[in-house]
Design a protein around this ligand. Structure first.
Ligand SMILES: [Zn+2]
Length: 566
């Protein structure tokens, strides 16, 4: 091929990459500078629609790293009330617990959502793992084929509370993950959708609305046709380097562009396209349900999952995440413009369910200290073997867990004395492991008071206390040393993760925005459990004292008294 022909092809590919993806092309909003606030006049009274957005795995570090490059939705929100150091204060920094704090205003110790999965040895099925957003009583044998449910969430969300106070209020949730939608939306959802397989799905027995049916049709067509990759923004060039993850197979990350092959729904999911589709469906629901135009304020929860799938598949510092940051900002900008065009008085909060950490291989290549993969000794099989040999007990199923850190359970058929000796022996074994920072028994955690005060000063044990709920929690809890990633071996789709008690996984941005509000930035640490009390005050919903673990943040930079505490 001639150089000229090659150049033309490359130019065509670049143009395609810049062209709106088929799904968004149907209803591209009129372009306006997304960062510009549409109204200079401060809105009066409670907003008519609360839009609560969780960007899955959007760490405070990512927000800070890319902030100067945002020109769309994130740039607009960053002109409101900015809390760059929000905390998912608890230790088990996973998706389900994180989402459970945002709209309830409570730590996982009270929401009951201690992790994405826990072990319940009393369930009837052979596999004792229970997923946070399933109804295990309805699942025959396999937790992989579960019935989605919010029954494990012990407390109401803001949408639930508002609806209980004013039944005309609508409560709607959309996400790339069932747990994202359900844990933010709660128990009384008028509409709820999440990505499942190759389109949006809802709770068992609920027919899809016309909005969801139409979105799924568009997604079907988009998936069938495939799509070219995204162009690399110039400011991503430094990150565009291949990092070897597995020398034997030659598997690398760092230089991806998200080319979508026809029918590859997994690739669709781990790409910016998932967020675009989620926001498209949210927009359609706002229009179809006339959210924000009813007799009472409405609540729309949106959880955008692509950043998390991308972080797991490619890490946080490669070209892939850089492209995602640009595309997320653009998709959020279009979403806010679409809301402006509906002429709704809406208020936005944007945060994350947890932070994230890059893959150890890239951190190593950059000569950054102390990042490593967890060793197999932390897995329940290895721990069972070591403890079983020491105590003369059958190692099979002696110690159970959902991974290489966090909660561990001891076989329930043992006598109380045997159980105590297994816990002691396991903790003694782990105390010798340099990858372990601290272990805590359930009884130690149960005896601790709930932590209060500024979350950056909490001890590791206090962080674990905020994740402890006895009926779901393990018999002991393991906190790894800083920089130890609880993935024993990285491979395609899963090279990096979060879930630790360290601040790279706990710190998230918290941005509040409403047209006309006077923006400000407050660098002091705040918590994601502060969001629900703040929103409750913003919409004028009275909630009894002591309901929330968090506190109302006064978003009025002037002499106002939004929180009613002055
Ligand atoms: Zn997550």
């Amino acid at each position: 091929m001639s150089v000229r022909a090659k150049t033309i092809l490359l130019a065509a590919a670049a143009a395609l990459a810049l062209a709106p993806f088929a799904v968004q092309a149907r209803r591209a909003p009129v372009r306006a500078p997304a960062a510009a606030a549409p109204a200079a006049v401060p809105a009066k009274g409670p907003p008519r629609l609360i839009v609560a957005i969780a960007v899955d795995q959007f760490s405070a570090d990512l927000f800070a790293q890319y902030r100067s490059h945002y020109t769309g939705g994130l740039a607009r929100l960053a002109k409101g009330a900015v809390f760059p150091s929000g905390y998912q204060s608890h230790s088990a920094t996973e998706t389900c617990p994180g989402h459970s704090t945002i709209m309830t205003g409570m730590h996982p110790a009270r929401t009951g959502i201690i992790a994405n999965n826990w072990i319940d040895q009393s369930v009837a099925r052979a596999n004792k793992q229970v997923y946070c957003a399933e109804d295990e009583s309805k699942t025959a044998a396999n937790p992989k084929d579960y019935v989605a449910s919010v029954s494990h969430l012990l407390v109401p969300t803001l949408g639930d509370r508002l609806k209980a106070a004013i039944p005309a209020s609508r409560n709607v949730a959309v996400s790339g993950k069932d747990r994202g939608a359900l844990m933010m939306g709660g128990h009384t959802l008028d509409e709820v959708y999440w990505w499942k397989g190759r389109g949006f799905s809802s709770l068992e027995g609920r027919p899809l609305s016309a909005s969801a049916v139409n979105e799924n049709k568009a997604l079907d067509a988009a998936l069938a046709s495939g799509a070219p990759g995204f162009a690399l923004p110039a400011w991503c060039a430094a990150q565009d380097r291949a990092v070897p993850v597995d020398a034997a197979s030659g598997f690398t990350v760092g230089t991806g562009r998200y080319v979508l092959k026809s029918g590859d729904s997994n690739a669709f999911r781990a790409s910016p396209r998932l967020d675009r589709a989620t926001l498209d469906l949210a927009t359609e629901l706002v229009r179809a349900m006339k959210l924000g135009k009813g007799a009472a304020p409405d609540v729309l929860s949106v959880s955008l999952s692509a950043t998390d799938y991308i972080g797991h598949a490619y890490g946080t510092e490669g070209a892939e995440m850089c492209i995602q940051m640009q595309q997320l900002d653009a998709a959020l900008g279009d979403f806010l413009i679409a809301l402006d065009q509906e002429k709704i008085d809406y208020a936005v909060v944007l945060t994350a369910d947890h932070g994230g950490f890059d893959l150890p291989e890239r951190l190593d290549a950059q000569a950054l200290p102390a990042a490593q993969r967890a060793g197999e000794a932390l897995l329940p099989e290895a721990l069972s073997a070591a403890v079983g040999a020491k105590l003369g007990l059958d190692p099979k199923g002696l110690i159970l867990s959902d991974g290489a850190s966090g909660d561990y359970w001891v076989r329930r058929e043992l006598t109380p004395a045997q159980k105590d000796s297994v816990i002691s022996a396991a903790r003694a074994e782990l105390a010798l492991n340099k990858q372990v920072s601290v272990t805590l028994s359930a009884s130690e955690l149960a005896a601790m008071p709930m932590p209060t005060g500024s979350p950056e000063t909490w001890s590791l044990a206090q962080r674990a206390r905020a994740s402890f709920y006895a009926p779901h929690s393990g018999d002991f809890y393991v906190i790894l040393a800083r920089g130890v990633v609880p993935i024993v071996k990285g491979g395609p789709g899963y090279v990096a993760t979060h879930g630790s008690a360290w601040d790279y996984d706990r710190r998230v941005p918290m941005l509040f925005w409403r047209a006309g509000m006077a923006g400000f930035e407050q660098p002091s640490p705040v918590e994601t459990v502060d969001i629900a009390p703040t929103l409750a005050a913003w919409i004028g919903l009275a909630v009894p004292a002591g309901t929330f673990d968090g506190r109302c943040l006064d978003l009025d930079s002037g002499p106002g008294d939004m929180c009613g505490t002055k």
